[in-house]
Design a binder for this molecule. Sequence first.
Ligand code: BGC
Length: 406
Amino acid sequence: MLRFPQNFLWGAASSSHQVEGGNIHNDWWQWEQGASGRQKSGDACRHYRMFREDFDLAQSLGHNAHRFSIEWSRIEPEEGRTMDSEVGHYREVIRTLKERGIEPIVTLHHFTNPLWLAEKGGWLAPGAIESFLRYVRIIVEAYAEDVKYWVTVNEPMVYAHQSYVLGNWPPQEKSLRKGMKVAEVLRDAHIEAYRIIHALYKAKNLSSPMVTFAKNMRVFVPCNTALKNILSVYLKNFLFNFDFMGKAIKTKTLDFIGLNYYTRDLVEAGGWSPHRLLVDVCGKNHSTLEKNSLGWDIYPEGLLSLLLGLRKYNLPVCILENGICTPDDNRRWNFIYEHLKSVHAAIQKGVRVTGYMYWSLTDNFEWDKGFVPRFGLIDVDYKTCARTVRESARKFAAVCRANAFE
Ligand code: BGC
């Protein structure tokens, strides 16, 4: 029997735009309508209305924690106008979780921006950080009594890369310089948000919250021993995996490390320019590893090696996302099982892992890939919105309940 530490957090993660439906006031929604052929989130999983049913299911599956995000564009659909009814909605979401014995882990920014901010230039607009901090204050003032775990920003490097370097996501910029600037702005936004959250808890005489950002880490592997590939791996590892985190550690604005892990990248740089070295991955898809339905390598050993690499920070680590999209539910369970073995091995070697959130509770809107990839523990029929619990969810539930597995 492989046992996990006492009070281990077990659950799943989601984000507002991917599950709620009807998030008409954000930049993603607008972008979805912008050109034909783009996937539209529409009603998504109707989680905005069905959150009680979804949390009943999470409870029935033995979860004791749930990570979700608050949709900034619902709270503040116009600049400076706070919607009290939406603040009330998320209060109800948090209460519903707590009534079911599920610890809320609340993300403040998960890829979407209010349209008014996007129209001013998004995170590159003057005053973007101040606007974010105003929203953070409203939210933390409202829920501090009920929330211990906060995630300021989800995957800043992924956001900067997809939206500003590769140009896949809105605002579809293709500029390494802008990508690096956005990463810097998000880092400062995290640092300031961390300080505000702590100050508000102090002012309210509440015990200290646990604040982090969600860090997507990837394992980078050179395709061969060519010097440019080795240099590229070194730079990516530094810039993508560790730079942001190092700054947060230096400024003492991390109470725990929030780790999102999915895959590894084979690296073959097309040249020596900074752009090629920092951006290129191998396009040949010659890895023999099993893949998810989006073609990402499945590499559970990578989770162990990343966790061991984080040991030097001597901070607790909570896995805030780990999951697979696949039409084959047996493969989902295998994925979870193999990754949990890595988590357990890391704990044995002294990494203080405090929780594991599977991505995701239900199938959902996978950004530019739409509704085809199926990441959920729970199947969603998008015509009727009916939920069906998958077998992998039941097997995972047995682990959550036992806090251990064979
Ligand atoms: C993101 C999620 C996304 C998941 C699977 C993570 O990078 O935080 O929003 O759905 O990966 O791609």
